[in-house]
Design a protein around this ligand. Structure first.
Ligand SMILES: NC(=O)c1ccc[n+]([C@@H]2O[C@H](COP(=O)([O-])OP(=O)(O)OC[C@H]3O[C@@H](n4cnc5c(N)ncnc54)[C@H](OP(=O)(O)O)[C@@H]3O)[C@@H](O)[C@H]2O)c1
Length: 339
């Protein structure tokens, strides 16, 4: 791709400027099978070349390994990227097993130091609370995050998997620049309240898993057959058994529209979420994840695809027909607090 993608401001006029599509680094370290490190580093270079400058990680990805992996790239390109990481999902340092959600002030103060050290930087551009523990008042968590801004450790604040009312409550404590939650052709829970509230408050929306963790690319029909043993999608409801078969059949219109644009199903999925956001008057920066240069370039090129009203109408029913939840345990999602 020769030309760089367009840019937007995240969270209003004082927010950082980034490409209209970002990069999700999670799969480099875990969840989606093994990674070729050289290819992953080349993918990061391809991101910069394409103008994909919002780089998304979290302290829990690879139990810190993902932040460490990014450190040399961060050191080489600190001023060219918008560096985003997250806290809030605690893991056992020994075996990586989940310990639960932590949103208390003491934990946040400790977590930020770990992320800064692993990333090799003295300031994080966008610091997200990864998951919400409803037992901890948002005023405490966002208040502690605001302290980090005052101290210069963090520049802007974000939240992940919160409802519209939670976003509003947090924004009243300290301006929230970005909300990151799952949003794709297959996952539209966020349109219940989060999207409208983000648009109203001028909060940017960062759709995660915009490719449905790869399902929307049309690559899967049978997780047991198509995925390696260490791939966590083998245990995801949408990728398993009959659900996977039914969901794969839903992709026919995506394939048809892709063919009409000379594009891939992945590109149509990305174009959809970008365009769907404009309906809500929302700044949106999807963060597809990939470990391959060619896919990074393919995904970035999707920012130039414009779907017709007829195509959008054809894609409209898909999310309502999907079989299976987006997680085996939905209890830590915003969706669970909205029903
Ligand atoms: N806030 C949260 O709770 C949360 C949760 C999940 C994810 N995230 C963030 O969101 C980012 C993106 O989400 P995600 O990685 O879960 O899912 P995704 O972007 O929907 O899908 C990633 C999968 O799609 C494949 N892929 C990417 N581009 C492709 C293309 N053009 N053609 C075919 N396959 C393609 C990737 O494989 P290859 O690597 O082999 O290309 C990978 O398996 C993550 O990296 C992470 O930073 C945040």
């Amino acid at each position: 791709m020769s030309e760089k993608i367009d840019t937007v401001r995240i969270g209003g006029p004082d927010g950082p400027e980034a490409g209209v599509q970002g990069f999700g680094a999670m799969g480099i370290s875990e969840f989606y099978g093994s990674t070729d490190e050289a290819a992953a580093r080349d993918t990061l270079d391809a991101a910069l070349e394409a103008g994909v400058t919002l780089i998304d990680t979290a302290d829990m990805y690879g139990s810190g390994a993902n932040e460490e992996f990014l450190a040399p790239f961060v050191a080489a390109h600190r001023d060219e990227i918008v560096l985003a990481t997250k806290f809030g999902i605690e893991r056992d340092p020994g075996n990586g097993a989940g310990r639960g959600i932590r949103n208390d002030r003491a934990y946040i103060r400790q977590a930020v130091e770990g992320s800064l050290r692993r990333l090799g930087t003295d300031s994080i551009d966008l610091y997200y609370m990864h998951r919400r523990d409803p037992a901890v008042p948002l005023a405490e968590s966002v208040g502690a995050m605001a302290e980090l801004v005052a101290e210069g450790k963090v520049r802007h604040l974000g939240l992940s998997e919160v409802t519209g009312p939670e976003l509003r409550e947090a924004h009243a404590v300290h301006p929230i620049a970005a909300l990151q939650s799952e949003w794709s052709l297959f996952s539209r829970d966020v349109e219940r309240s989060a999207v409208g509230t983000a648009a109203e408050l001028g909060v940017a929306f960062v759709p995660y898993s915009p490719l449905g963790r790869g399902f929307l690319t049309g690559a899967f029909a049978d997780a047991g057959r198509d995925l390696s043993g260490d791939d966590f999608r083998r245990h995801q409801p949408r990728f398993s058994g009959e659900n996977a078969e039914r969901n794969a059949a839903l992709l026919d219109p995506v394939r048809k529209i892709a063919a009409a644009h000379g594009a891939t199903p992945a590109q149509i999925a990305l174009a959809w979420v970008q365009q769907r956001a404009t309906v809500h008057g929302l700044t949106v920066i999807p963060i597809p994840g990939t470990r391959k240069r060619s896919r990074l370039e393919e995904n970035a090129a999707a920012t130039r695809i414009v779907l017709t009203d007829a195509e959008l109408a054809e894609l409209e029913p898909l999310a309502g027909l999907v079989a299976g939840d987006r997680y085996p345990d939905m209890s830590h999602t915003a969706t669970a607090r909205e029903v």
